[in-house]
Design a protein around this ligand. Structure first.
Ligand code: SF4
Ligand code: SF4
Length: 230
């Protein structure tokens, strides 16, 4: 199988280019296996990866125009050449490695932890099974960034729009019966950009390797904001 791979080393290259690699594809191979083979062929090739099990979220790349997590992307899904690029809309550090600083900053800005007004009890804060069920589809995010870096609103407003990952996380805590900072969380998202820059294009939903739905979470936040304003 032929791979056209984005290459750019800012220390030596005037501009990015695509380099072709041939990889013999065996049954069951994932895209990450092919990238490791490419690394064996050319040691200077750079890409991030770690667990290889779809858990650490570090090997997100753009494949033929769609963001995918390389370790859980079977090569059997593709026919013909593959074009592998870094995540769109992020500054390239080298080859497939992009700068995710802004992405993590937005995550931090939504206060991704429980905030309480009451004193913490001596033991755990109990939830009913129904309250716990509300967190399904929200807590599983692995912070891979496939969603936010496929979102046109995030490309155009990376410092102002929180992006689908951070907004999914905001809803994960708004939806948590143990959290007591609803007003503060909603106030933090006021304004034309942080939340409302989402235009429901749903690229984020298509890109998420964990099957999560940031668009739906964003819709829940909007509804709650509306409810609390009347
Ligand atoms: S639905 Fe909203 S958050 Fe998701 S890709 Fe579209 S604009 Fe971005
Ligand atoms: S919502 Fe999905 S695509 Fe976005 S960071 Fe989390 S796991 Fe990755």
């Amino acid at each position: 199988m032929k791979f056209q791979v984005y290459r750019f080393n800012p220390e030596t290259d005037a501009k990015p280019y695509l380099q072709e690699f041939d990889v013999i594809v065996e049954r069951g191979m994932m895209l990450r296996d092919a990238l490791m083979e490419i690394k064996r062929q050319d040691e200077s090739f750079a890409f991030r990866h770690s667990c290889g099990e779809g858990v650490c979220g570090s090997d997100g790349v753009n494949v033929n125009g769609s963001n995918r997590l390389a370790c859980i992307t079977p090569l059997s899904e593709y026919q013909g050449d593959l074009v592998i690029r870094p995540f769109p809309g992020r500054p390239v550090i080298r080859d497939l490695v992009v700068d995710m600083t802004q992405f993590y900053a937005h995550y931090k800005e939504v206060n991704p932890w429980l905030m309480r007004k009451d004193a913490l009890p001596e033991q755990e804060i109990l939830q009913s099974p129904e309250e716990r069920d509300r967190l399904d589809g929200l807590y599983e995010c692995i912070l891979c960034g496939c969603c936010s870096t496929s979102c046109p609103s995030f490309w155009w407003n990376p410092s102002k729009f929180r992006g689908p990952q951070a907004l999914l996380t905001a809803w994960r805590f708004l939806a948590d019966s143990r959290d007591q900072a609803t007003d503060q969380r909603l106030d933090d998202l006021e304004g034309p950009y942080k939340l409302y820059r989402c235009h429901t294009i749903m690229n984020c939903v298509q890109a998420c390797p964990k099957g999560l739905n940031p668009t739906k979470a964003i819709g829940h936040i909007r509804s709650l904001m509306l409810k609390n304003s009347i």
